[in-house]
Design a protein around this ligand. Structure first.
Ligand code: F6P
Length: 554
């Protein structure tokens, strides 16, 4: 164990929470609210421009104190320091995790193995700025001298989800000169659909891959290059249309990208934390560098808050510990993210990678099997749409699913009375989840409608809503570069804090490697290129391969 020799679940702080949960189990949140009128003002915290109402949780002051005692016992304050200091908190890959350095524009030194990385970060930002300026001011043009109209970003995972989310979230900030497109999947349809809509003379391609080894990205990039060459472009004009962001310059050069067109990445930035680096270029190209810098400064405000606020008033820490409370003490298996803002519709997908790739682990940092649950299944969808789809299960299903409601106080698009209605929907959902409807209330309602007693007895049980379902409500003034930056940084730190308690390495992702390794062998079998004596595979995979091959006449 890296956090003392006593197993996590045997520590007094863990045991105290277990006992406390047993005591709190039969208390409905309705009672907590009626016996404690100040609850909403006490269980409220602000940080980095965001506000959190967390009063609708199965908790009391005592719960909070006990959760924070566990956080202290597990060394959360020390590990936060270690992150900001640049320690090798990614233990299995022996690296720091320094995405915070990408948004620290104070110029203060940040050391990686004794070397100050702040100047390199600043240099890269300045290069991005120059590039964005060259493209927007038309100094950098397509090979026939035409102005760029489209930018196609090719990348997957963290090299796709974060930039796509931010680009959508900041739609009101698009300057309109360039249209952004994102290709991730090795599904020709995605690439084909985009190439059908863009012009080879006016399209800029960004190849986004930290490793420059990711199959999907490399195959899509080859398709883009061939399309360019088959549609009027030539080899020596590739430099005008293809730019890469990678930590693997030799491979990018091998691919045919000019060294001058390569923006750096560093091994101290994890893929799912990389949107703040040059991986954010497609965003910077569509919203301008000033807004991109504002995004970084919003994230930095959240970093400062996370670094300095006491645990009890620390937004990421409070959210992390509440999530852990349900995950480890109430048996919640999943966690839902409910943005009530069309611009934030891709937030659940981004947080899915962030959280599930970070904390989907089953051994401690020291390699011991976990004896408790680690990260939950993260899912979600935009409100109010979800209310007419999956919220039914949140209200009346048998599972406990904690929820984060996220909504700006002000909209960019004041259409009719939509925003106030959306806001009302958001509040009524969290209130309904909390309070529910008792059998007596259901019966009284039906009685008032004039229903017979016999019918009431049959129908009323179906109208009971248990309530006592926990949720957080996260507010921001408006979806701006600053608040969107702060919001994403908040969830990054929330993920990190949970990983500290579970004692997992939140910055590696070995689990995704096996599928990648096996993919090559299976592809060879599908195409008939498998070497004699290839590894024996299971009968299910073999018969599916056979099915595919016979469908294609081979
Ligand atoms: O940027 P790269 O190296 O192409 O990797 C893309 C993604 O692949 C993963 O390794 C998972 O397969 C992610 O962690 C990463 O964001």
């Amino acid at each position: 164990m890296s956090q003392g020799s006593v197993p996590l679940t045997s520590r007094p702080e863990w045991q105290a929470l277990k006992t406390h949960q047993a005591e709190l189990k039969s208390t409905h949140m309705r009672e907590l609210f009626s016996s404690d009128p100040d609850r909403a003002s006490r269980f409220f915290v602000r940080g980095g421009g965001l506000s959190l109402d967390y009063s609708r949780n199965r908790m009391t002051d005592d719960t909070l104190a006990k959760l924070m005692a566990l956080a202290r016992e597990c060394g959360v304050p020390e590990r936060i320091e270690a992150m900001f200091r640049g320690d090798h908190i990614n233990v299995t890959e022996k690296r720091p995790a320094l995405h915070i350095a990408l948004r620290d524009t104070s110029g203060a030194p940040i050391h990686v193995d004794g070397m100050d990385i702040a100047p390199e970060v600043e240099r890269t930002l300045n290069r991005m700025e120059q590039f964005v300026d060259d493209v927007l001011s038309k100094r950098w043009q397509g090979h026939t001298g035409k102005t760029f109209t489209d930018v196609v970003s090719i990348g997957i995972g963290g090299s796709f989800l974060g930039p796509k989310l931010v680009s959508e979230a900041l739609r009101p900030y698009w300057h309109g000169q360039l249209k952004g497109h994102y290709v991730a999947n090795i599904d020709g349809t995605q690439m084909a659909e985009i190439l059908r809509r863009v012009n080879p003379e006016t399209t800029l391609f960004l190849i986004q891959s930290k490793s420059f080894r990711t199959q999907e990205t490399l195959e899509n990039s080859k398709v883009a290059r061939n399309w360019f060459l088959n549609n009027g472009g030539s080899e020596d004009q590739i430099a005008k249309h293809f730019v890469a962001v990678t930590a693997n310059t030799p491979e990018a050069v091998n691919f045919g990208i000019s060294e001058d067109n390569i923006f750096p990445m560093w091994d101290w930035v994890g893929g799912r934390y990389s949107l703040w680096s040059a991986i954010g270029l497609p965003v910077a190209l569509t919203i301008g560098m000033e807004n991109f810098r504002a995004l970084l400064s919003g994230a930095n405000a959240m970093d400062q808050h996370f670094h300095t606020a006491p645990l009890e008033q620390n937004l990421p820490v409070v959210m992390a510990m509440l999530g852990l409370w349900y995950n480890n003490f109430w048996g919640a298996e999943t966690y839902t993210i409910l943005p009530y803002d069309h611009y934030l519709r891709s937030l659940p997908a981004h947080l899915q990678q962030l959280d599930m790739e970070s904390n989907g682990k089953s051994v401690t940092q020291g390699g011991e099997p976990l004896t408790y649950q680690s990260g939950p299944v993260i899912w979600g969808g935009v409100g109010a749409n979800g209310q007419h789809a999956f919220h039914q299960l949140l209200h009346q299903g048998t599972r406990l699913i904690p929820a984060d409601f996220i909504i700006p106080l002000e909209t960019h698009n004041p259409v009719a009375s939509h925003h106030v209605t959306l806001f009302a929907n958001c509040l009524s959902q969290s209130r309904a989840l909390m309070s529910g409807k008792t059998l007596d209330e259901a019966k009284a309602e039906l009685k008032a409608e004039g229903m017979s007693d016999e019918d009431i007895d049959k129908l009323a049980p179906h109208k009971v809503i248990p309530g006592n379902k926990p949720s957080n409500t996260l507010l921001m003034d408006k979806s701006t570069p600053e608040t969107v930056g702060a919001l994403i940084a908040l969830y990054e730190h929330r993920t990190f804090v949970q990983g500290i308690i579970w004692d997992v390495d939140s910055f590696d992702q070995w689990g995704v490697e096996l599928g990648k390794q096996m993919g090559k062998g299976i592809l060879d079998r599908l195409t008939g290129d498998a070497a004699e004596g290839s590894e024996v595979i299971d009968s299910s995979t073999a018969s599916l391969i056979q099915l595919y091959r016979s469908h294609h006449g081979s």
